[in-house]
Write a protein that binds this ligand. Structure first.
Ligand code: MG
Length: 253
């Protein structure tokens, strides 16, 4: 099932997408059981919103071997975790603003976990049952500040640096999904989540050893190799097979 949050005529709706059609739901799919209503919308006539408004945005670094290699960093024995500000989250179709053209600012296509129920000290065999579904993310990163600060909060948290969407897919094998990023139509990243060093289950286990995750919280699971810089005027498309394409335009401040 593909869940979507969207806006039409200044009103926010929740729905399920099939082809170009959205069936409206009677409430927020993250907070409880929902039922379909009889109202239908055309997908191309609504404004797509982020599928969730997370309270916590957890990110995993260096979770594909080839990406760890391209950054010159050793492969982490345990998932390398950092947080980004929820205020950086932005929807499919919005603009990514580059705050400083002297800084290198990179795209990073990622599979994103959406938590479905309160998760604390989760066991591996139960990990998938705490997940509502999966969406696509772009972990936009200011490399200059990442290096300068020695930690990632500032580099990863500018407004618009965490595109998310367009939908949440609930029927997906998260450990075997194709992942791709196109910059101005050219493929720059191409891999599969079966190359993840730490699996989806491992990430939920390790994260919830530390913090309690709530419905709607998200985990960016790491990016494959092929990261590179964004420039004003670019069109960046992150794609996970079975979910969809997350497309954003890049502008300067
Ligand atoms: Mg990343």
């Amino acid at each position: 099932m593909k869940y979507i949050r969207f806006q039409k005529d200044n009103q926010i709706y929740y729905g399920v997408v099939k082809g170009n059609s959205i069936t409206q739901l009677d409430g927020d799919y993250i907070t409880g059981e929902t039922r379909p209503l009889s109202t239908e919308f055309a997908l191309d006539e609504v404004e797509v919103l982020t599928p969730v408004e997370p309270r916590q945005v957890l990110c995993i670094g260096l979770n594909y071997e080839a990406h760890a290699e391209e950054t010159g960093k050793p492969i982490p024995e345990e998932p390398m975790m950092f947080m980004a500000s929820p205020s950086a989250v932005t929807a499919h179709g919005t603009e990514i603003t580059l705050p400083n053209l002297d800084h290198r600012i990179d795209y990073e296509a990622e599979l994103v976990i959406v938590i479905g129920k309160e998760a604390k000290e989760v066991k591996k065999e139960e990990a998938l049952s705490f997940i509502f579904g999966y969406t696509v993310g772009n972990d936009v990163s200011n490399r200059h500040l990442q290096k300068k600060d020695g930690q990632f909060t500032r580099a990863k948290s500018f407004a618009g640096f965490k595109p998310l969407g367009p939908v949440i897919e609930t029927d997906l094998d998260p450990n075997n999904a194709s992942i791709k990023l196109k910059l101005n139509g050219e493929v720059k990243q191409e891999s599969n989540t079966n190359d993840l060093i730490h699996t989806i289950e491992d990430l939920v286990v390790k994260a919830t050893e530390v913090m309690t995750l709530s419905p709607g919280d998200v985990i960016y699971t790491g990016t494959p190799s092929g990261v590179g810089p964004l420039s004003p005027g670019d069109v960046v498309e992150a794609e996970v097979g079975g979910i969809g394409v997350l497309k954003n335009h890049v502008i300067s401040k």
